[in-house]
Design a protein around this ligand. Structure first.
Ligand SMILES: NC(=O)c1ccc[n+]([C@@H]2O[C@H](COP(=O)([O-])OP(=O)(O)OC[C@H]3O[C@@H](n4cnc5c(N)ncnc54)[C@H](OP(=O)(O)O)[C@@H]3O)[C@@H](O)[C@H]2O)c1
Length: 388
């Protein structure tokens, strides 16, 4: 019997690559798709993959989709997205939404006890403790799609089979360093949106590409790793590795280190998550190390790229601080992409929001939605001050 997959954010970078993986398999069936506003592409996907139900989170555009496509059901708005999760009968939900908008569908999926393939790292950054507790309570599994976390998941699984988790000393996440690796702070003044969007090794959506340029992406991934693997922050390191061939490593108590290698192609971790615990063929070039030649590593420059430091500080402060960090980052990145904020203004806005709002204890998911809203207001105010 085929595994029924619900794909949220199917029109994005991860979403389209996931459809490519699914279309190559006889064991996977798509039962639902979603997008925010790109309804024409979504309807084309529904027709091509013979999907019975879609959700468009923009209400008005959802109405247009419903007029244009009458062969299936169109759900609308954020509530429609949650209904899609609850009513599709999926065995596995792939959450490939971008931003904290992914938290609601993550909660709905895990609350129903449905297994979750998680690309939307923001779900764990914002609500890590509550999300992991929910998965534990309902018995649903979370399979990471981020390449670094997929690598660590595979490495830990191998270690679990032999030595047990106590033998793991550290998790080491690799970072490409982004398009501005090696630049000093003053060399980052005035960099353009076009330059920031030119990622050297990965082709991804706009928001994560800017996060990679500021190194915020790695900060979010440190928080994601902490929640996924239950590892304290002081045992999660980051190293810059410009070739993106080593996807992450674990170091062990006996001095050994295990690494996961391959050419950078997100279809590999997507296929791993969708087929888990099986493996399947993915059409990527086999790794030939002699052809690659050299793999290099260097420390992170946190003076030029303060977002990683800000993420660690928010993570250690805990409570609502990571939620504030994430919301302020989303507002700042959006403003940068629209030309309303300079590149160096991104960490400035995040720092300002964290200083103003600090950290509050989290009592329920509602606390997080309130903190997210408040942080967006504060960050929007800061954007206009930094710009002025
Ligand atoms: N891209 C990668 O290679 C990569 C690698 C590792 C992890 N990730 C993570 O995967 C997630 C998705 O990244 P991506 O690069 O695929 O993003 P993306 O290309 O921007 O796609 C985002 C998807 O989510 C939808 N969406 C956007 N805002 C939404 C909202 N407020 N409510 C509901 N749906 C919304 C978009 O619909 P529209 O098309 O209608 O806008 C699109 O389908 C992110 O958390 C990212 O950090 C990505």
């Amino acid at each position: 019997m085929s595994r029924r997959i619900l794909l949220l954010g199917s029109t994005g970078s991860i979403g389209t690559q996931a459809l490519d993986v699914i279309s190559r398999s006889d064991d996977l069936e798509v039962v639902g798709l979603s997008a925010q506003s790109n309804w024409e592409a979504l309807v084309a996907q529904a027709v091509e993959h013979q999907v019975p139900r879609i959700a468009v989170t923009d209400e008005d555009l959802g109405a247009l989709a419903a007029e244009a496509w009458t062969d299936g059901e169109v759900l609308r708005g954020p509530e429609g997205l949650v209904r899609l999760v609850l009513e599709s009968g999926a065995d596995l939900v792939l959450n490939a939404l971008v931003g904290s908008a992914g938290l609601g569908p993550t909660v709905a999926t895990l609350g129903e006890g449905i297994d979750l393939a998680l690309a939307n790292k923001e779900s764990l950054v914002v609500g890590g403790e509550l999300v992991m507790a929910l998965a534990e309570a309902t018995g649903a599994s979370i399979l990471p799609v981020d390449s670094e976390h997929s690598a660590i998941h595979q490495l830990i699984h191998g270690e679990q089979a032999t030595g047990g988790l106590a033998s793991i000393e550290k998790l080491v996440l690799t970072a490409s360093g982004g398009p501005f690796r090696g630049r000093t702070r003053s060399e980052l003044e005035g960099v353009s949106v076009e330059q920031a969007l030119k990622h050297p090794t990965w082709a991804m959506g706009g928001k994560i590409t800017i996060d990679s340029a500021t190194l915020m992406n790695k900060g979010l991934e440190v928080i994601e790793a902490h929640h996924l693997f239950g590892t304290p922050y002081e045992r999660i390191d980051v190293v810059v590795h410009p070739q993106s061939i080593v996807h992450s490593l674990i170091t062990l108590v006996d001095g050994a280190a295990l690494a996961h290698l391959g050419h950078p192609d997100m279809r590999v971790p997507i296929a791993y998550a969708l087929h888990h615990p099986q493996r399947t063929e993915v059409p990527v070039k086999p790794l030939d190390l002699a052809e690659v030649g050299s793999l290099t590593f260097e420390p992170v420059d946190t003076d030029s790229f303060p977002c990683l430091r800000l993420s660690r500080e928010a993570a250690i402060a805990g409570g609502t601080a990571p939620c504030v960090l994430n919301a302020a980052n989303e507002v700042a990145v959006h403003a940068f992409l629209e030309g309303r904020l300079p590149f160096l203004g991104i960490p400035e806005v995040i720092d300002g929001a964290l200083q103003e709002l600090g950290s509050q204890p989290i009592r329920a998911f509602e606390t997080l939605y309130d903190a997210d809203r408040e942080a967006r207001e504060v960050a929007s105010g800061l954007v206009s001050t930094v710009t002025a």
